[in-house]
Write a protein that binds this ligand. Structure first.
Ligand SMILES: C[S@@+](CC[C@H](N)C(=O)[O-])C[C@H]1O[C@@H](n2cnc3c(N)ncnc32)[C@H](O)[C@@H]1O
Length: 208
């Protein structure tokens, strides 16, 4: 019998990446999130999707939001919990994957999805639908990813065209939302060793 591909088990793969004591994507919040955070209702209930080691959830909690977060990697969630304790931040963490998370319905003031391009097209369809449905009317989505040009830079993200976002892909996926901002841009990103160097980015902010 042929052996399974090396990355079949996403949790194991990501736990291995997070095994060290350092923070793979750093401890500072993502720059797009920082820039766009004023669109989230102050003090609102916000979900951080596939939040990793907690850099975004902890920062949001420290800004006064009521934050919940999940990630498939138990090692990442352990590190996020410890980071939140150190920072005096209160976040409700869960170890879960996209399909196993207990998504609320039409309840969230904000959904934050920063570099969630682990999702192949089928998973992405389910993930984006869940994100939209979990927002209350008026709730805001903040999302950041890489565009196909990132395949030339290879400074972060999966080297898989089908996982990357174009403007058209995001416009179609979030057609039910009102766009506040959809920006394709290039910038130097320094987010730990995971995202490091000149990058082809796309950022979206949209309201349900
Ligand atoms: C590029 S990292 C980004 C982490 C975090 N959003 C950040 O910006 O620091 C992608 C994250 O997705 C998580 N992940 C991968 N597959 C997942 C899945 N099916 N469900 C939930 N999380 C997943 C990984 O464990 C990893 O933490």
């Amino acid at each position: 019998m042929a052996s399974a591909p090396a990355f079949t088990d996403a949790a194991e793969t990501w736990n291995r990446r997070y095994a060290g004591d350092d923070f793979l994507f750093g401890t500072a919040p993502n720059a797009w999130l920082r820039e766009q955070v004023s669109h989230l209702p102050q003090g609102g209930r916000v979900l951080c999707v596939a939040d990793g080691e907690g850099r975004n959830s902890v920062w949001l909690a420290r800004q006064g939001f009521r934050v919940e977060a999940f990630d498939i990697a138990s090692r990442a969630v352990e590190k996020a919990e410890a980071f939140a304790r150190r920072e005096g931040a209160s976040v409700r963490y869960a170890v879960a994957d996209v399909d196993g998370y207990d998504w609320p319905e039409a309840a969230l003031d904000g959904v934050v999805a920063i570099f969630v391009q682990f999702a192949d097209p089928q998973t992405r369809t389910r993930l984006f639908e869940r994100m939209v449905r979990s927002l209350r009317p008026g709730g805001v989505l903040i999302l950041q990813g890489y565009t196909p040009r990132q395949l030339d830079y290879r400074t972060g993200g999966p080297p898989l065209l089908s996982h990357l976002y174009t403007r058209e892909l995001l416009e179609t996926a979030f057609a039910s939302l009102s766009l506040i901002e959809l920006r394709e841009y290039e910038a130097d990103v320094q987010e730990g060793q995971g995202h490091s160097g000149y990058s082809a980015l796309i950022g979206l902010v949209a309201r349900r």
